[in-house]
Design a binder for this molecule. Sequence first.
Ligand code: NAD
Length: 247
Amino acid sequence: MSGLLIVTGASAGIGAATARMAGFSGWSRVVVHYNSDLNGANETAAMVESMGAQAYVIKADLTKPKQIEKMFEKIADLKPGPVGLVNNAGIVGKKASIAELTPDRVAGIFATNVLGAIEVARQSVLLMRTWGHGGSIVNVSSVAAKLGSAHEYIDYAASKGAMDTFTLGLADELAAEGIRVNAIRPGLIETAIHEKGGQPGRAERLGAGTPMGRAGTAEECAEAILWLLSERASYTTRSLLDVAGGR
Ligand code: NAD
């Protein structure tokens, strides 16, 4: 699909891979959103531009609604066109069980993974309606939503469960406008998120025990995201697509 692709959390991991590969799916312009890793965002943007697409690097802390609003004010100044949203930014906490899930910790997880993501989706829908060229949304959930992640991070799993339900409802609200809304649910994917959560090597270690016997890659997630966004998935909405090697 030609048009403007907005990728949140595009400085690293699944978001960076999706932005880098967007040109293959015909996206001519990519918003490379980041929070703190400007170097990572610039690297992603350079890859986007090497594919012949235009990159716009925009910073926003998605736990701050005002910053999300400012980010979309900047995007609204760009040339109108079809809008794609990859609602990807997210965090995990340290390995923990119920006794350690303090209100502050849970609020932090939900602020990014749910409140931020819903506000980004809301602003994107407003933009799609203003520009009038339609669009498509892919939320990046997790198989944790169905597994529950006991003794690891059930707060994170619950936040992704919320995003699954949000995906279903938003798809129903927007179907008549021609805006498709789907989610991918990655399994164990080799990115830095595990190290940030205090468990380096987690994807490789646990990936070995999955039906496919390995962890997945950010690029394998990006392929699924870009397919769901594209016209090749024109009759697919309200779907939660597991990209999890059978897990
Ligand atoms: P990552 O840590 O490499 O990337 C996460 C991105 O989110 C980063 O770019 C980070 O800057 C951004 N981010 C975090 N907090 C933010 C905030 N407050 N404001 C703005 N941006 C913020 O991790 P990843 O593995 O690429 O994760 C991407 C998505 O995939 C997440 O939603 C994650 O929950 C989901 N996911 C990952 C896995 C996995 O195994 N890697 C599995 C299932 C789901």
